[in-house]
Design a protein around this ligand. Sequence first.
Ligand code: X8Z
Ligand code: ZN
Length: 635
Amino acid sequence: MRKLLLSAASLTALALMACQPEATAPSTEVAVEKPTKTVETLTAAANAGTENSAPTVQEAKEFLEQAEKDIVEYSGYASKVYWVQANFITDDTNALAAMAGAEGAKLSTRLANEAKRFNDLSLPADMRRKMDGLKRGSNFPAPEKEGAAEELAKIMTDLEATYGTGKFDYDGETLTLGQASDIIATSRDPEELQAVWEGWRTISPPMKRDYSTMVEIVNEGSRELGYADTGALWRGGYDMDGEAFIKEADRLWGQVKPLYDQLHCNTRAALNEKYGDEVQTADGPIRADLLGNMWGQSWGNIYDLVAPKGGGEGVDVTALLEEKDYDQKKMVETAETFFTSLGFDPLPDTFWERSLITKPRDREVVCHASAWDLDDMDDIRIKMCTKINGEDFVTVHHELGHNFYQRAYKNQPVFYKDGANDGFHEAIGDMIALSITPEYLVKIGLLDEKDVPGEDADLALLMRKAMDKVAFLPFGLMVDQWRWKVFSGEYGPNDYNSGWWELREKYQGLEYPGEARPANAFDPGAKFHIPGNTPYMRYFLAHILQFQFHKAACDMAGFEGPLHQCSIYENEEVGRRFNAMMELGASKPWPDALEAFTGTRIMDGSAILEYFAPLMTYLEEQNADRSCGWDKPAE
Ligand code: X8Z
Ligand code: ZN
């Protein structure tokens, strides 16, 4: 949890961290119980509802100034509470986090309600934007009734802690998610894969009751803020009408689905060949435990099964990191160097002193990678249980992208200390990581010149990347399709699991292993962002945007070859223009920020299609005699 969501652009004025469960929001006891005189006066006047109480622009200005102070004061301590809890999960730190969360929830609710007083007042655009942001409250708003903020904050803290400490027994050992994920990534024994996949999902049934209570609470909070439900509140965070946003997401998915369908078809055929009809049929959905990832969200770990024949070797970054003896710190330093090569200042010493980059042996931490901004200025950090492999090499770039973005917009008012939209925040580091080409790896000494793959390896490089990036797209979309239906009531608690699998099949073409899921299964709870309460549409958008950014950057750099061969390493001009977009934070509607860097105001999937165009041709050839798609034939 942990953010006070404030702006029309899904601003999180309490942008303490990216990639984290979001809270309700902030304020100290003092701020909650003793609002300043100005605000008291305003509130009393608003309640009085007389003509005499019509607020002035000056009052609005004072209100915003006071709100900013309250938020800064709250987040200054709450961020430290959350950091300690996520780095040291105990009953005590959970209790502290829940207390901070409740205060935050009350603060955001109070500010949202007070901001309504200025609804009919004509305000300068910038003040209106701040006011609208405040009125959105938080992504998980508490209703005003007594005790609701406390109950909500406790549930949110408990859900996250249950996930963070989740373990299960397999083959005489107690496995953490990290250990289970290694088995899913490397094992090719379908029985073992199924057992470990099912084992991890035993951690989530106990979450279900709390989850449904939480849904009720935040829906009530959302209704008090004027939204039909919490899904509508989330969809309202994109500088456009919520209904228009649904259409926008559908449009983007429609652009990229043909590429996904081809990848799905080819991957299913490879799995069928590897495991036989008994395990993976040649038609229908793919068995979710066979894809090398606990959630079937990115498939790079089974690249070996789909490697184009005679298509060269590609580059195995995991092997290179091992060969060159990289440790976690060296991985992060390497990612930092990419940013500094673009002209960004190095990370502060405190980043290195305070970040957590290796899984501690002797205490419980939230291992899911995240990036934090503890003082909304320079105290930026990451927290991740980094593994020395290619996947986490990309993730450290992803996390530093959050940190460099946070620092770029640090001089904005607190209301605007956030991404242009949440997809932008997730796309920055990923865009940088798209520049990790073989030539770049040679420049930094990770790959020897003699091992640079020839042109014939392009397909291999593209296939590796597509197994991660293209495979992810429908997962990025379906997680919040599920949550939107949960918030709207279309999926009640009895439908949570069946609804999840309905969407897993519809969008991803996946199915669970085994005959049936247990009656008490709550499989959504086994994915961090559900108990961690982090909206997910941001990752879908980021997977579109990062290719759009990459293409714009390569155009700027004057690169003329195919997009997947372009690296912007050491290009300070691109860095300067990237920074110009980043330092806007959320101060402008996101199309303005997009235009500042790419020249267009529209999110567009054509860059990812261009990037993978040679692979698409290859996939279509491979699939020519296959029957693709996964719909069951009509009876
Ligand atoms: O959660 C993350 C980041 C932190 S914001 C590690 N990601 C999503 C996930 O792991 O499910 C990055 C890609 C998608
Ligand atoms: Zn992220």
